[in-house]
Design a binder for this molecule. Structure first.
Ligand code: SF4
Ligand code: MG
Length: 321
């Protein structure tokens, strides 16, 4: 089947003034040539430490951030080339859920107004129809219609995330980009919200791009997972293959950081030393080489490129040449 959304060689470079006197001009390569496809009704997880370009990638698809280069093809059209009117339609079809629902909900507005607002923006229905839809949406996300009259601060973190989800669903989108939607929530609440998202996906055939810094969060929701490091995708695979048999040393390290519920299972634990290097000064060769436990001589010299392995996964690492 045709992919619903296709990202091709997406880049975001920021110029910064570096050096002691601000005279040396440098470039931060926040996203550096990312490509992937998302099929209708599937969930693509995007995982990596903070500063790897995951959020920037999500925001570029929404065109909240303008890409430096690349194509974003939605329903066979490059959204970079859409007219203003067409872009408004595309914005309705692609909605976003954010990490901190409190920050993205206006505290002075009632929950009803918050959920209604995107419908007003997109001229959907009259006041009475919209209010009816607000009530339906509240129930759909596990809240009650009388909550429409309350304010965001009267809700718990998990409930606020449900309000954020209701708001995103209000305009009947096809794609939802969820940027760390459960990272700020308690573990028990996390799974409730994840289950809600899964149910809604089934009900409305939604397509998700689910961004997280932790592989365990996206495990049960993702059909495929892309792992990003320093602005690049380093491994992209069917979830099952990725979790059972990670190939890239960075994916292995991320996975070994995930606590395993069964204490009898001993996994090789890889501790990631140091932080993600600055995207203004990416190391030569493989950007992961100074943290990689199995780096070879070639790794600091030559940059590996994405290769397709036999099981269809993509991996960029000299181990698989
Ligand atoms: Fe490690 Fe080399 Fe592979 Fe990079 S290319 S992940 S440094 S083995
Ligand atoms: Mg982020």
């Amino acid at each position: 089947s045709e992919p619903l959304l296709q990202v091709e060689n997406l880049k975001k470079y920021y110029p910064i003034n570096g050096g002691k006197f601000g005279s040396v001009s440098e470039t931060v390569r926040a996203v550096d040539g990312v490509s992937f496809t998302v099929n209708e009704g599937e969930t693509l997880g995007i995982v990596g430490e903070s500063g790897c370009g995951k959020s920037t990638t999500g925001r570029m698809i929404m065109r909240l951030i303008e890409p430096t280069e690349g194509k974003i093809i939605f329903q066979n059209r490059n959204i970079m080339e859409l007219t203003k009117r067409e872009m408004r339609k595309a914005r309705k079809d692609i909605q976003m859920i954010f990490q901190d629902p409190f920050a993205s909900l206006n505290p002075r507005h009632t929950v009803g107004h918050i959920i209604e607002e995107p419908m007003i923006v997109h001229h959907m229905g009259d006041k009475r129809q919209r209010q009816k839809r607000v009530e339906e949406l509240l129930e759909l996300v596990g809240l009650s219609s009388y909550h429409a009259k309350r304010y965001p601060h009267q809700f718990s973190g998990g409930q606020r995330q449900r309000i954020g989800i209701a708001r995103a669903l209000a305009v009947r989108p096809k794609v939802i980009i969820a940027d760390e939607p459960v990272s700020a929530l308690d573990v028990s609440v996390q799974s409730q919200v994840l289950n809600l998202l899964k149910d809604l996906q089934k009900k409305f055939n939604l397509t998700f791009i689910f961004i997280a810094h932790d592989l365990s969060v996206v495990r049960h929701i993702s059909d495929r997972v892309g792992v990003m490091y320093l602005g690049k995708v380093v491994e992209l695979s069917e979830s099952e293959n990725l979790y059972n048999d990670p190939k890239h040393p960075y994916t292995k390290a991320l996975l070994s950081a995930v606590p395993i519920p069964d204490p009898d299972i001993k996994t090789e634990r890889i501790i990631l030393e140091g932080d993600v290097p600055s995207p203004a000064h990416p190391p030569a060769g493989c950007a992961f080489h100074d943290r990689c436990p199995v780096a070879m001589d070639i790794c600091s010299i030559e940059q590996p490129h994405l290769k397709t392995l036999d099981d269809g996964r993509l991996v960029s690492c000299h181990l698989y040449n």
